[in-house]
Design a protein around this ligand. Structure first.
Ligand code: PGA
Length: 251
């Protein structure tokens, strides 16, 4: 696998308890085993289902584990928070950081997200940095500038070696969970601008997210700077997620 091998990450958000997670993995693993080995696949269950997922995904499995967020701190008096080292105990390979739902509901700032990105890298967990503009920003013609500002704010303090280890996810807010996916040329425009923003980003995987479905995934994969998907709704059912991945890489 190269760094830009296809990568699909299922972001389950606040869905599935531990037993539902076990059932998903039981159905999904045999389907995933049939997918080409150069395709990276991860699921991001809620924290309370990570242990069940880790146990069900036997070691050496095709499917990696991701977390949906984590603390920027290593340990201490941060009630309700989860540290990178706690995720590492369950072999969590990726952590989604800066998702628009966390920026909105938990008021996560660019500075906090940047600190989380650094903490993840220090713990050898690959950060999936999510960025994206609102409909208002897009309609004002400022989408590219907005996304580049978010990326700079969260990664500006990284060394080139660290910057080369991240994954980026472009998720226009107006496309998340709405069924209104972003035109693939517009998504490519943002992905290209992001990749060009820093030499260290030349080989990072850039994912598209926002109503990615089995019907539209292949179209994004044809875009030169898009390497995969961060998939919400369509990742909650095993056949849907496996079908999306199979369709995306078929062409
Ligand atoms: P969606 O969510 O696929 O349900 O639009 C994507 C995401 O928020 O990561």
């Amino acid at each position: 696998m190269t760094r830009r091998s296809p990568l699909f990450v299922g972001n389950w958000k606040m869905n599935k308890n531990a037993s539902q997670t076990r059932s998903f993995v039981e159905s999904f693993l045999p389907l995933a085993e049939n997918l080409p080995t150069n395709v990276g696949i991860a699921i991001a269950p809620p924290f309370t289902a990570l242990a069940a997922a880790a146990a069900a995904l036997h070691s050496g499995s095709r499917v990696a584990l991701a977390a949906q967020t984590m603390s920027e701190f290593a340990e201490g008096a941060y009630t309700g928070e989860i540290a990178a080292s706690m995720l590492a105990e369950f072999n969590v390979a990726y952590v989604i950081l800066g998702h628009s739902e966390r920026r909105f509901y938990q008021h996560e700032s660019d500075a906090t997200i940047g600190a989380k990105v650094r903490a993840a890298l220090d713990a050898e967990i690959t950060p999936i940095l999510a960025v994206g503009e609102s409909l208002e920003v897009r309609e004002a013609g400022n989408a590219v500038a907005h996304v580049l500002t978010q990326i700079q704010a969260a990664t500006g303090e990284l060394t080139d070696a660290q910057a080369a280890r991240i994954v980026l996810a472009y998720e226009p807010i107006w496309a998340i969970g709405t069924g209104k996916n972003c035109d693939r040329d517009r998504a490519q425009e943002i992905a290209h601008a992001a990749r060009s923003a820093r030499r260290a980003f030349a080989d990072i995987p850039i994912l598209y997210g926002g109503s990615m479905k089995p019907e539209n995934a292949a179209g994004y994969m044809e875009m030169p700077d898009i390497d995969g998907g961060l998939v919400g709704g369509a990742s909650l059912e095993a056949h849907s997620f496996a079908g999306l991945i199979a369709g995306a890489i078929a062409r």
